[in-house]
Design a binder for this molecule. Structure first.
Ligand SMILES: *[C@@H]1O[C@H](CO)[C@@H](O)[C@H](O)[C@H]1NC(C)=O
Ligand SMILES: *[C@@H]1O[C@H](CO)[C@@H](O)[C@H](O)[C@H]1NC(C)=O
Ligand SMILES: *[C@@H]1O[C@H](CO)[C@@H](O)[C@H](O)[C@H]1NC(C)=O
Ligand SMILES: *[C@@H]1O[C@H](CO)[C@@H](O)[C@H](O)[C@H]1NC(C)=O
Ligand SMILES: *[C@@H]1O[C@H](CO)[C@@H](O)[C@H](O)[C@H]1NC(C)=O
Ligand SMILES: *[C@@H]1O[C@H](CO)[C@@H](O)[C@H](O)[C@H]1NC(C)=O
Ligand SMILES: *[C@@H]1O[C@H](CO)[C@@H](O)[C@H](O)[C@H]1NC(C)=O
Ligand SMILES: CC(=O)N[C@H]1CO[C@H](CO)[C@@H](O)[C@@H]1O
Length: 790
């Protein structure tokens, strides 16, 4: 509702009412207040409260309600979501019964919405500013539209909330909510700017809570519909001759304060100050909103409670606050993390800074037990992902970025070891404290100085991993899975001996050792597969550790999840999630077969899993032994690749020749026998063979009745493809017969995969795209043409 300026000024000139502060009982239509240097306000009959403009430093004016008799002029309500307005803005009760808030140009800033005919306004002695009708019915009141504060006699009804301000002096919406939810639960929530809510305190009264009452004796409680008190938010009774308020402060704490009235018995101590008489939660630093969120203080920071019960947010050594004007903005690293590409040659450039009683409880990605401090230090320094190690009771917890929910508190036991560069003079944050731009430039220069491309890929991968992980979390609600998934545990040999009841039930025997069924002791029904490695015994402890770490970092729905391990004396064991339906080998060649649709899904699953191992892990993992026995199936017949990461890790640039052949006959790529470099393409070859087996439910080579008729599936398939007679390969498989186009495409992809020349085989990403039909599949050449041309 914007009046033209000239019209508006004329209208003002006609006003007979003055806008000077005065004690009003009723504010009549036509009254207005203007934001300027005069202390313009409407006060309550007692003079305790005032409604009007308050100047906030020299940034602007806030339309507000405040305690008027005390020097602090404490604000208890504000309009316009706490946003400041310019000098000259006007709030008015128009003659035609509207309540309008306009800027100096007559543009509407904010207005109260109500139903009915407005007759007058009043600033009441309770601190409630009301708009009322002729018959004194309140059409609109500040008590029903609270900001961050409630006063005695005020109630919060269902679906009403207090929103904390951004900072002590910035009244804009901040990061926390005190919400009487529509479902009856009373909660303290964080409101991150991404719109996620995380609850850090609640009365757990879904379905029964009705309203929050702040009564005159100073009690704040939650009642049911029938007025039964369900929960006391505060039972600190306040002296009757004091002002009171309860506020959700910008630090996320809901505090109740009192202030002696100037006329009261305590007036001798006047002017005094607000003092806290109750607060929730008792120690906000120890409340953990959620395991993925930013926590109270922001990411990578830590929270500690001062003697005044107020939280302070600080950054660990090597980190600096993101926004110096916003103490809850979190911290960022001032140095470049060690590189994760290839062997960790950076390890000796980093050191661990010790801090006591500090913790980030939810960022563990691996824990080891029992270990010594030296061992824990070593493993963190060698692991590029390790940002902080926490040592407690012989347990070593490794944590990675971003760190959340950090706290410094006597109740947090143990020792934190924070990874920082040895040469701290190169810390940009240290060198140029107040020059963030230069810090950024230094960062950029260092990045480019190394292999810029690798670093960018690495950064992207880190982000991807982080977000995939977050998404996975929100969709999976099986608590122990989630924790175990990211919390690689180390077991003692004895624990695993008990879990498997003395290695009683053997469920498989592979190239690396025997697999037993086990059940973890803490949770019934938590079945696992325990693999006892036989071939690792002679190899070094460090190598085992490195490979376990690499496997622990993987997380993909088409990979069998590694849950833990044991590395004790000569014992090397791995603990995996148990796949109920065993391996693909049990289903592929038996009778009845898996149906066509399931086989297609398995083909997709294996290709995505391999694609992840080859391209999305921080260290490339070449499987080297893809075959049906290493593809496990879960209850829903989802394919999960097992035994990955066990073959010696070959990093991306390590294209050296290996003498030993690692694969299984029938699936191994020709280069194993030819003194050629071993690359991820060996897996592509094996995948091609596996794909043919999946399509036709035939073994890669089969001795039919006598050896002369030995059939090599790959050759047979190529011939049938060339002759357009793929139907000859199918064994009464109606569904596949009716999906001939797809079958043909898959066979073409398979033939590309089994090209003798590794460079002709597409990478797994391309294979996946071709299977999905996202890219065209060109006609493949004869797989052995390369051989014949040599
Ligand atoms: C305020 O105005 C209403 C309606 O005109 C009237 O009933 C009431 O008595 C007035 N209150 C005071 C304190 O003047
Ligand atoms: C505003 O009020 C304060 C305190 O009551 C007083 O010191 C100051 O002079 C007033 N300013 C104006 C412009 O009236
Ligand atoms: C208050 O904080 C908000 C959110 O960061 C910001 O947009 C706004 O400019 C700040 N206001 C003042 C007056 O500083
Ligand atoms: C406020 O609530 C408390 C606790 O229920 C009660 O003891 C007290 O009498 C109440 N005071 C008023 C003024 O209603
Ligand atoms: C009031 O409501 C609560 C919650 O619904 C219930 O537990 C309690 O028994 C009720 N009390 C009375 C007196 O009806
Ligand atoms: C309020 O008092 C009751 C009983 O006296 C007690 O059980 C409860 O813990 C108190 N609540 C708070 C918030 O102090
Ligand atoms: C840098 O390292 C030295 C020696 O370890 C230490 O004394 C100093 O406090 C460190 N400076 C900063 C800013 O961390
Ligand atoms: C061999 C085997 O364990 N088959 C099971 C695979 O999973 C389905 C679904 O849970 C079961 O019905 C099969 O018995």
């Amino acid at each position: 509702m914007a009046l033209p300026l000239s019209c508006f000024l004329f209208f003002l000139a006609l006003q007979s009412h003055t806008s000077v502060a005065q004690t009003h009982s009723n504010i009549t239509l036509g009254s207005f207040l203007k934001a300027n240097n005069d202390n313009t306000s409407w006060t309550s009959p007692s003079g305790d409260f005032a409604f009007g403009f308050q100047q906030i430093e020299d940034k602007g004016f806030l339309l507000a309600v405040w305690f008027d008799k005390i020097p602090e002029k404490t604000i208890v309500w504000s309009a316009n979501q706490g946003n400041l307005v310019q000098r000259g803005s006007i709030i008015q009760l128009t003659k035609d019964g509207q309540f309008l808030f306009n800027d100096p140009n007559g543009q509407e800033i904010w207005s109260a919405t109500f139903v009915g005919i407005l007759s007058y306004a009043a600033m009441l002695d309770t601190g409630n500013f009301v708009l009322a009708s002729q018959d004194s019915v309140n059409l609109w009141e500040t008590f029903d539209n609270p900001t961050d504060t409630i006063l005695p006699t005020q109630t919060l009804s269902l679906s009403t909330q207090l929103v904390a301000r951004f900072s002590e002096t910035n009244y804009s919406n901040g990061r926390f909510l005190f919400a009487m939810q529509g479902d009856g639960n009373l909660v303290l929530d964080t409101t991150s700017f991404r719109g996620e809510k995380e609850t850090y305190w609640s009365t757990q009264t879904v379905g029964i809570g009705f309203q929050v009452v702040f009564n005159q004796s100073g009690y704040i409680f939650l009642t049911a519909r029938n007025n039964t008190i369900l929960n006391y938010v505060s039972n600190a009774s306040a002296p009757s001759d004091s002002y009171q308020l309860a506020i959700l402060e910008h630090d996320g704490v809901f505090r109740q304060y009192i202030y002696p009235k100037p006329s009261g018995s305590d007036a001798s101590r006047w002017p005094a100050a607000w003092s806290t008489i109750s607060l929730i939660p008792e120690n906000i630093c120890l409340s953990t909103p959620s395991d993925s969120g930013r926590g109270i203080c922001g990411l990578n920071s830590y929270c500690s409670l001062g003697s005044d019960q107020r939280p302070t947010c600080q950054c660990p050594p090597g980190y600096t606050i993101i926004d110096p004007h916003d103490e809850l903005s979190g911290c960022r690293q001032t140095f470049i993390s060690p590189s994760c590409d290839g062997p960790s040659q950076d390890a000796d450039q980093f050191d661990l800074r010790e801090m006591l009683n500090i913790g980030w409880p939810v960022n563990n990605y691996i824990q080891y037990f029992p270990v010594t401090e030296d061992w824990c230090r070593g493993v963190c320094l060698r692991d590029c992902l390790c940002t902080v190690a926490v040592l407690r009771d012989e347990r070593c917890f490794l944590k990675r970025l971003p760190l959340s929910n950090g706290r410094l508190d006597d109740s947090v036991r143990g020792k934190a070891l924070i990874k920082i560069p040895k040469d701290n003079s190169t810390l940009p944050g240290v060198k140029s404290k107040n020059n963030d731009d230069s810090a950024l430039i230094i960062t950029g220069a260092v990045l480019l100085g190394r292999s810029a491309f690798l670093n960018i890929v690495l950064l992207l991968a880190t982000f991807l991993a982080y977000f995939c992980f977050r998404n996975r979390r929100s969709e999976v609600l099986q608590p122990h899975r989630v924790t175990l998934g990211m919390n690689l545990q180390s077991f003692s040999y004895k624990e695993l001996e008990q879990a498997t009841r003395g290695f009683e039930e053997e469920i498989g025997h592979g190239a690396f050792g025997t697999v037993y069924k086990g059940e973890l002791p803490n949770e019934k029904g938590n079945f696992v597969a325990v693999k006892m490695l036989e071939k690792f015994v002679k190899e070094g402890e460090k190598e085992f550790e490195t490979e376990v770490l690499a496997m622990g970092h993987t997380n993909h729905k088409n990979l069998v999840q590694l849950l833990g391990f044991c590395n004790e004396g000569q014992h090397r064991l791995l603990v995996y999630e148990l796949m109920s339906n065993r391996s693909l080998a049990n289903f592929l060649f038996g009778n009845p077969w898996l149906n066509w649709c399931t086989r297609v899904q398995i083909a997709f699953g294996v290709s995505r899993g391999l694609c992840y191992l080859h391209e999305e892990c921080s260290t490339q993992i070449i499987h080297c032994d893809i075959k049906p026995r290493n593809i496990l199936l879960d209850d829903l017949f989802n394919a999960k690749i097992s035994d990955f990461g066990l073959a010696k890790l070959l990093s991306a640039d390590q294209t050296r020749t290996t003498t030993g052949v690692r694969g299984t006959k029938g699936y191994v790529a020709p280069e194993w026998f030819k003194n050629m470099p071993i690359t991820a393409k060996v897996d592509v070859y094996s995948y091609g063979i596996l794909l043919l087996e999946l399509l036709f439910c035939r073994k890669s080579f089969e001795a039919e009745s006598n050896d002369e008729n030995m059939v090599i599936l790959a050759e047979w398939a190529y011939d049938c493809y060339k002759d357009k007679r793929l139907d000859l390969l199918l064994q009464n498989d109606e569904a596949a017969m009716h999906d001939m186009k797809r079958l043909e495409r898959f066979v073409m992809v398979a033939i590309w995969c089994i090209q003798e020349d590794p460079s002709l085989r597409p990478p797994m990403r391309k294979v996946t795209q071709m299977l999905e039909g996202a890219v065209e599949v060109p006609a493949p050449p004869d797989p052995s043409s390369y051989i014949s041309s040599i």
